[in-house]
Structure formats: C-alpha cells, structure tokens
Design a protein around this ligand. Sequence first.
Ligand code: ZN
Length: 422
Amino acid sequence: MDRKIAQDLLTFLDNSPTCFHAVEQMAGQLLAHGFDRLQETEKWNLTPGGRYFVTRNDSSLIAFSLPEGELRSWRIMASHSDSPTFKIKEYPEIAADQHYIRLNTERYGGTIFSTWLDRPLSAAGRIIYKENGRLVSRLVNIDRDLLLIPNLAIHMNRDINEGYKYDPKQDLLPLYGDIRAKGSFMRLIAETAQIEETQILGHDLFLYNRQKGCIWGAAEEFISSARLDDLQCAFASLQGFLQGEKQKHAAVHCVFDNEEVGSGTKQGAASTFLKDVMTRVCESLSMTREEQLIATAGSFMISADNAHALHPAHTDKADAVNRPYINEGIVIKYNADQKYCTDAYSAAFFRDLCQDAGVPLQTFTNRSDMRGGSTLGNISSTQVALNTVDIGLPQLAMHSAYETAGIRDTAYLIRAAAAFFA
Ligand code: ZN
C-alpha cells in the first residue's frame, strides 16, 4: 500500500513541473470525482451537500465540500504549489562569445544552487495569448532534456571544494544551444503551445529538473524527487480530502502559490483568496454575518508544509530532544516566535485526531540558537484567523533540486487528512 501511494505521488510529481501543472493535475482529479468548477468572475449558486473547486491565477486552488445540513464550521488543510527554481526572464537569450546561447534567469525562492548544476533541465510554465479577442492562458512543458548548467572545471576553479559563492548572473544561467539556436527559444515555446510566436503576449516560465523521482534504499524505504516540498503535502491533502465522508463540517483542500517568496501575492496565503471563498460560500447559503463569524470561530486549519528530518551527517543541527526521522510519522512544528502557529490547543486537537486515526506523530522545534523557516499558517491567519496547527512530513535536503523523504509518511498524512475532513 505504501509503495502504491509512493508511486502515485511520483506520477503526480513528474506531471507537475510547475505550480500551474500541479494545479491542473489537482483540478483534473477533482473533476473526475464529480466536483464542479467555479469561476471567481461568475455568480455562485451553491447547494448544501455540493462539491466545488475554484482556482486563482492558474496556480492556487481551493476545493470544498459542503455539509448537507447547516454549515456550522470549517475544516481547512492548506499546502503550497510552488517550489524554489529559476524563472526565465523576458527576452531570455544571451549569447556567450558568439558561440553559445544561454537563457537569462533569476532565482525563485531559496534554492540550493549547486544541486541545479550538471543535470538535464527543461522549461515549463504558462503563456498568455490572444484568441477571438480575449486573453487565454495555456500551460507549456518542453518535455525533453533541453537545458543544462555546466560547472566550471576544477582546474579553473581549484577552491570549489572549499566552498564557492555562486554568482547567479554568471554561474547559474542554463546553456540552451550553440549559436545556431539564436532566436529560437520563444519559437520553441510557441510551437509547443501550438500557436505562433508573435501571438505570445506574456509568459511565466520556469526551469525544472528532468530527473524523475525514484524509490530507493535497503528496503526501498526512501523516496526522492524534485518538489517534494510541498507537493507531497498537497498530494496527501487531496487524497485525504477525496476519501473522507464529509457530513459535519465544510471541508476545504486549499493550495496556495508563492509560499517560497513570502506569500504576498493575489494567489498567496497572505491574499484574500481563502477569505473570499469562505465569504462567498456563506452568502450563497444565505448565512447571516453573525452565523459566518460563529462558524469561523469553531473552525480549524492544518497548515501542511514539509519539515526537516534529522540529517544523518549533521545530527548536531537538530534540537536536543525534538528530532524528527524519516518514516516515523507526521511532524508537528513548534516555534515560540509563532512562525509556526501551533499552540497547546491546536497541538492537542491534532494529537487527539492522529491518536484516533492510528497515525504516529513526531515534533520539531528549531535548535534554540537557530532561526528556522516560516510557512503558510501564520500568514493565512492575518486574513482568516483560525485555530491552526503547523505540521509537515519529514524530509532531507529541503530546497534542493532533488529532495528525499520517506515512503511511509505520505500514507500517514493521507490517513490523518481523511480523519480530519470526515
Ligand atoms: Zn514548503
């Protein structure tokens, strides 16, 4: 069972080279399960017991199922669709010495630079073009080995193994072709999208790692892939959401974009997306303002974003006591500064839920002298204030181009999510 889930996760990851593709994958699964697609630009006529989803910017998604009876509370699980990468700039081609063409990029999020070198890469994302007088979005993925960022030979960089500061404008631009490739990159994008190059009016294109995910280890207990952070949680949230018998609460599977760059976009966790959806649901069900506030006050959010497992070569980097390991269960994340919003109440709620569901738990705190990361929960709370627990699945090499996690942990989160939504 764990292996089957891991293989389904790998298929989802391989088909999701960018946040746009991840959202498209999830939308496809929701449609296949009978959910109705809503548009933010149209009026919503919702019915109790109905199941719906809506996307924003093609890169964030909120799916919800409504109870048959009165809507008295919400159960929300949030994750994120984006991962650190490189964004391809406007007019992206740069010639080197009149013999090579490289692509001009800038970093997106806090990636580990060295992991992107000397491996096949390609480009994917979305383009906007005009058709019948209106702007249309189309996803593109050049599904072949297309690009590579070559290292400088050690003979010309003798100190590389002593620690090297990568210069993004010099060291990290991918090689696209020899000089004969000049002027062809955007044409290739247009051909892939089956339109004319001159029709392209805008693009959001990113690099992605071509190496497919794999299952490995002495007992095949590890899973490695690009974008485990945070598509592993997004995948598990959706699977749990699709399984649960949802009667008592309004269940919400919520995936935000732009977590890796601070969430402050119209489709990020700091935006009004979730609040707008909740408000529109309540208004469509003719709830009074007070009924809406009562429902929100009795609601709960799980903010699910991957956590750091103890690293086998750096056991000293972990806290003395709160030390998560791969394949040993979901990690509850704590931080006194409330970068993680777990508190005594939300931890107790989640522990109780997992105990009943037979799901093992672990705990993470930063080592007391280290400053950790941030995530969705506390940012989303500025728009919709809810009791929230921050959790994640334990992984190694967070923000590498190829990350590692455990084969058993995805199944634990699916089980917890199904219990939460039920
Ligand atoms: Zn993350």
